[in-house]
Design a protein around this ligand. Structure first.
Ligand SMILES: Cc1cc2nc3c(=O)[nH]c(=O)nc-3n(C[C@H](O)[C@H](O)[C@H](O)COP(=O)(O)O)c2cc1C
Length: 325
């Protein structure tokens, strides 16, 4: 594949999900191959000290490039690299391309997939059937409303336990863009449109996660203010995504991106419930409740349903910053 072709693969890979939308993936063209690097300055030092979420995000980016390559009739070989970081860039993988037959069926939704954090419409029987059809050996699809409500309660508890950390909240706020006047609104992080917050709600969220958090927590009202139970109303399902306990998170990230694209391909949308996987007690409880064995690791969970609202532009860095010389 020539340089223009490789550039278009990188552009397509930029649609991949990444934790807090930090977009850690950087790319270099190396002859007919692509080198994937991690921009280590984008690491979440508090929220992701071991780089697990960064690795998932990088795997998702690699999978995005591989899916895009299938449009040109190419199969992708992804070889993980294990080099030392130099100049803030850590080599992650080398992607090489060989002729193959079929375009990937997920190609159609690669660029359009997006987190949906807004409300859902009540699920139709077809929506529920589409959600159930996602069932597979690495995912449990929870459609029972009582079990979804239990997952919502567990999620809110786990999420609050994580948000209690002063450092976590500071880091989260650093990546939040609460006003379109923020210089990075359209570039990266979590903007108010992506979080489905009105201008007033965005102001409130900034205050609740910032200066008001401690007083509100002391009054015991912070958990209710931060609860997302409403977001679970009308959800068609909660999808529990689990992989072999010893799998490298980069490979889990590749599979996770495919699962999310499968969700969008059904016409449903969703968002990630990372706290269910990141809080060990919550992960153990939900795995036990849904028969996920101890040889498996809950990578993450998705809340999915029929979107009730309009799409919005996604924040992404320009290609020139992501594709290095
Ligand atoms: C490892 C990982 C963890 C994530 N955790 C959360 C989360 O806890 N809550 C959430 O709403 N989105 C979460 N996301 C989704 C990202 O915020 C989202 O992919 C990013 O903002 C880019 O937006 P997009 O999905 O619309 O392209 C996560 C994504 C990844 C890859």
């Amino acid at each position: 594949m020539n340089a223009d072709g490789l550039r278009s693969l990188v552009a397509a890979a930029m649609a991949a999900p990444s934790v807090h939308n930090v977009q850690p993936a950087r790319w270099r063209i190396d002859g007919e191959a692509l080198i994937l690097l991690e921009d280590t300055a984008r690491r979440l030092t508090v929220g992701d000290p071991r780089g697990n979420d960064a690795a998932i995000s990088l795997g998702a980016a690699a999978e995005g490039a591989a899916i895009a390559a299938s449009a040109a009739g190419l199969a992708t070989r992804v070889e993980r690299l294990d080099g030392e970081a130099a100049g803030g860039l850590r080599p992650v993988a080398r992607l090489t391309f060989v002729p193959s037959a079929e375009p990937d069926p997920l190609l159609a939704v690669l660029k359009a997939r997006a987190s949906w954090r807004g409300p859902f419409l009540p699920p139709s029987p077809q929506d529920l059937a589409a959600a159930q059809a996602l069932l597979g050996e690495d995912r449990v699809v929870v459609c029972d409303p009582v079990a979804i409500a239990a997952a919502a309660a567990l999620y809110d508890r786990a999420s609050y336990a994580i948000i209690l950390g002063d450092g976590f909240r500071a880091e989260l706020r650093h990546w939040m863009r609460l006003s379109p006047r923020h210089p990075d609104w359209a570039r990266d992080g979590l903007n108010a449109a992506a979080m489905q917050l009105s201008a007033i709600e965005a102001l409130g969220a900034g205050a609740v996660l910032g200066p008001l958090f401690r007083p509100l927590a002391a009054l015991g009202v912070a958990p209710a203010l931060l609860a997302e139970a409403k977001g679970f109303g009308n959800a068609a399902a909660v999808v529990l995504f689990h992989r072999a306990a010893d799998e490298n998170p980069f490979d889990s990230g590749r599979a996770f991106h495919r699962l999310w694209l499968e969700v969008d391909a059904t016409g449903l949308g969703g968002n990630v419930l990372a706290a269910l996987a990141d809080d060990p007690a919550a992960a153990a409880a939900i795995c036990a409740a849904h028969g996920i064995g101890v040889d498996r690791r809950l990578v993450t969970a998705l809340r999915i349903g029929r979107r009730d609202g309009r799409p919005f532009p996604r924040a992404r860095l320009p290609l020139a910053e992501v594709l290095l010389d």
